[in-house]
Design a binder for this molecule. Structure first.
Ligand code: HEM
Length: 475
């Protein structure tokens, strides 16, 4: 009984608001600083919502493995409801039979190795288009800078749209607001702390206007997806390569899903796939390129590996990836320092003792991968970018090693990891192989700004600009 009452340490809060005022523009960093003071299991009260912040590999293992069955649910997200057709998607769905069925369906039919491989030539064509556009800039003989952030974000959106909808969308599509900005608005709104989540009685009042904005955005997106589904229903048999809309509609029409599965479920999952894939992949690529520009010796070493494995007469292919060992090390180190979604949001489905502390049913449990990835017991000189630390180590990003969790671990871990591993490594390898890069205006690598912009995905605060010169010896 005594243990059941024991609460983890945490800062002193104030009545009603609890610890809300301790969180500023970048909650990941705020949690990080607080946990250095209060320990790996820290208690905070965000408004009325009891929250436990988990910050060490050992305590993360307890949450995501030992007691995964208790912590596999998601906390309520007032804003996100409206884009998920009443929690019919995966990301924000509560744990239960529906989520289990839907996750299985997505893993088997949308994100399997076979399905991912069926889009191999699409990836290759789209990446080649980006490289061609950069080559045109590189004709300026080392004088003109490329907006790498814009290039990569557009590539990532195109890759996701082709896979999900079977076609690309331009900025001018979807009326005045533009397709990409609309998808970005969804992630932005879902990430903005909503008072309705921490003071449930404020949910209906919508003081911040977030719900209203999300409803508006959701309506436009819904009309857009409806139109795409209709187009697919009309010419379903004409394509060899089935995109996600074809696949989901076929499952719906066949009735093979063992749970209720109608058009709302199809739309919820399609939007899930877009929202979960576009910014995570592009930010990860941006951060990896930023680190390479900041560390020219590491960039050079990677180029030497590419020269040895691929040669200077052709571009990188997906089949090369398994032979690029140093690329893999650079990739792990970049995901360690710049996990795209470092706050893993979970909810306790029952009371649970973790170490000496009782985590109460209904509480929010946040695993902060940002702090876990900097634990000095596992990561000496944790703030430095040192890919060589993986030289003699088997530590991997797949969720087996709790000191490195960029894709989470356990039941709620990322089902798109395999696809992300391919896209991020391939795009970075291609850019580094095809071009030499330097920072614009004689900027020194050490001066490159690495500020973060907080959101569901942590991106760069400023666009990454760099000057390319051609490297390959073919036209
Ligand atoms: C570099 C790219 C990516 C990163 C870093 C990433 C990371 C993550 C993380 C950290 C989670 C939450 C894990 C947790 O709560 O414990 C997650 C969930 C998820 N990811 Fe990814 N992801 C990436 C790409 C993708 C892609 C390409 C897709 C699909 C096309 C995808 C689909 C999802 C979905 C559907 C979920 C929700 C799973 C659930 O709640 O059951 N992700 N991802």
């Amino acid at each position: 009984i005594k243990n059941k009452k024991k609460r983890p340490p945490g800062p002193k809060g104030i009545p009603i608001l609890g610890h809300l005022l301790l969180l500023g523009e970048n909650p990941t960093q705020d949690f990080h600083k607080l946990s250095l003071k209060h320990g790996p299991i820290m208690y905070l009260k965000l408004g009325l919502l009891p929250t436990y912040v988990i910050s060490s590999p050992e305590s993360a293992e307890k949450i995501l493995k030992t007691y995964d069955h208790v912590f596999a649910s998601r906390p309520h997200n007032e804003t996100a409801q409206y884009i998920s057709y009443g929690q019919r998607n995966l990301i924000f769905s509560k744990y239960g039979a529906y989520w289990r069925n839907m996750k299985k369906l997505c893993t088997v039919h949308l994100l399997s190795n076979m399905k991912i491989n069926s889009f191999r030539s699409t990836r290759s064509e789209e990446i080649a288009l980006m490289i061609k556009a950069i080559k045109d800039v590189a004709r300026g003989h080392g004088r003109v800078a490329v907006d790498l952030s814009a290039q990569v974000s557009s590539l990532s959106a195109n890759l996701s749209c082709l896979m999900v909808f079977g076609k690309k969308f331009m900025d001018e599509d979807l009326g005045k607001r533009g397709f990409k900005s609309l998808v970005q608005e969804v992630t932005q709104l879902a990430a903005t702390p909503n008072l309705g989540d921490v003071f449930p009685f404020l949910g209906v009042i919508d003081l911040q206007g977030l719900t209203r904005r999300m409803k508006d955005t959701a309506k436009v997106l819904d009309e857009f997806v409806e139109k795409i589904i209709d187009e697919h229903v009309h010419d379903v048999d004409q394509k060899k390569n089935k995109d996600f809309v074809d696949t989901m509609m076929a499952i719906m029409q066949s009735g093979e899903a063992e749970f209720q599965f109608d058009r709302r479920h199809v739309k919820a999952v399609l939007l899930d796939m877009l929202v979960a894939s576009i910014d995570t992949s592009s930010s990860s690529i941006e951060w990896m390129l930023s680190e390479l520009l900041k560390n020219p010796d590491i960039m050079k070493k990677l180029q030497i590996e590419l020269e040895e494995v691929v040669g200077l007469h052709r571009m990188v292919e997906e089949s090369d990836l398994e032979n690029l060992k140093y690329l893999n090390m650079v990739f792990k180190e970049s995901f360690r320092l710049h996990a795209a979604a470092p706050l893993l949001l979970h909810e306790a489905m029952e009371d649970c003792m973790v170490d000496d502390f009782c985590i109460k049913k209904g509480s929010q449990v946040i695993v902060n991968a940002y702090t876990v990835h900097r634990d000095p017991n596992y990561w000496p000189e944790a703030d430095k970018f040192l890919p060589e630390r993986f030289l003699e180590s088997n530590v991997d990003v797949r969720g087996r090693d709790f000191q490195l969790l960029p894709f989470g671990s356990g039941r709620r871990s990322c089902p798109g990891m395999q696809l992300a591993l391919i896209i991020v490594r391939l795009v970075v390898a291609q850019l580094v192989h095809c071009f030499d890069w330097k920072l614009p205006n004689d900027m020194q690598p050490k001066d490159l700004d690495m500020s973060e912009q907080f959101g569901i995905v942590i991106g760069r605060a400023n666009h990454l600009m760099a000057v390319p010169t051609n490297r390959l010896q073919h036209k």
